[in-house]
Write a protein that binds this ligand. Structure first.
Ligand code: ATP
Ligand code: MG
Length: 227
């Protein structure tokens, strides 16, 4: 199965699944796919947990860890607004990949509710305006809580991926019209379902990566290289 991920379609991606489902691993494959498909693209990577699996990206100019992830959001959101206002005529694809978005929103909301609402507002704007301005969002989280995904907002994601062990509440929130197809199914690490443009449901298996150093090299280059 293949899908059109060009920014001309709704190519915002929501990637969910419990711990160990293979989300972070799959994000690196998404970086590689985008980098190879869009040589003029710009990828920003936000890693809230500062995950060990992304340690090799530290030092890349477009890699942002822990609370710096909000700087990545600002950069991408500023680009969106500059394009919207006409100040920036470029339309090369700009992508923000954000690992553990939900965990970060939950942590921030307990510290500062208003500031968190501003952050979520920027995310919503990217989701709404991104397609026509070639700005794309890839959000990854364990369980999408209604708090950070208000009613209907999942419709903004053209691609919804749920990996790993079946969790009813995740399916109910993201795939309410496809419960029959996932009921009773067992998925291992890297396996699951993908919902395309809110209608077609497919089973997916994230491929193994044979050449990990090459994958890492492509990701480093995609995030601006290292000194
Ligand atoms: N498709 C795959 N092929 C081979 N190994 C994989 C695959 N997917 C994940 N793994 C390995 O499984 C482990 C867990 O995967 P990963 O860290 O991506 O999970 P996660 O969903 O991001 O979990 P968490 O929510 O805890 O961050 C990692 O060691 C990763 O390298
Ligand atoms: Mg992870």
């Amino acid at each position: 199965m293949s899908t059109d991920l060009s920014p001309k379609t709704n190519s915002h991606i929501l990637l969910c699944g419990m711990s160990g489902a293979g989300k972070s691993f799959h994000e690196q494959q998404i970086v590689c796919k985008l980098a190879l498909a869009e040589p003029d693209g710009e990828i920003y990577f936000a890693d809230y947990k500062q995950d060990d699996s992304f340690a090799y990206l530290r030092g890349c100019p477009r890699y942002y860890a822990y609370k710096d992830t909000l700087k990545a959001l600002d950069k991408v959101h500023d680009r969106l607004l500059a394009r919207q206002s006409g100040k920036d005529a470029s339309r090369n694809p700009v992508t923000l990949i954000w690992d553990e978005y939900m965990a970060q929103m939950l942590a921030h909301i307990s510290e500062d509710k208003k500031a968190t609402a501003v952050v979520m507002g920027k995310v919503s704007e990217i989701l709404m305006l991104g397609r026509s301005l070639s700005v794309r969002l890839v959000i990854s989280c364990q369980r999408p809580d209604a708090l950070a995904f208000p009613a209907g907002s999942r419709l903004n994601y053209g691609v919804v991926v749920v990996l790993g062990a079946a969790v009813r509440s995740i399916y109910e929130m993201l795939l309410p019209d496809h419960m029959e197809l996932v009921k009773g199914r067992q998925f291992g690490r890297g396996e699951g379902v993908v919902l395309l443009q809110g209608s077609e449901l497919h089973y997916v298996k994230v491929p193994m990566v044979r050449d990990v150093p090459r994958m890492e090299e492509i990701c480093i280059r995609a995030l601006g290289g290292k000194e």
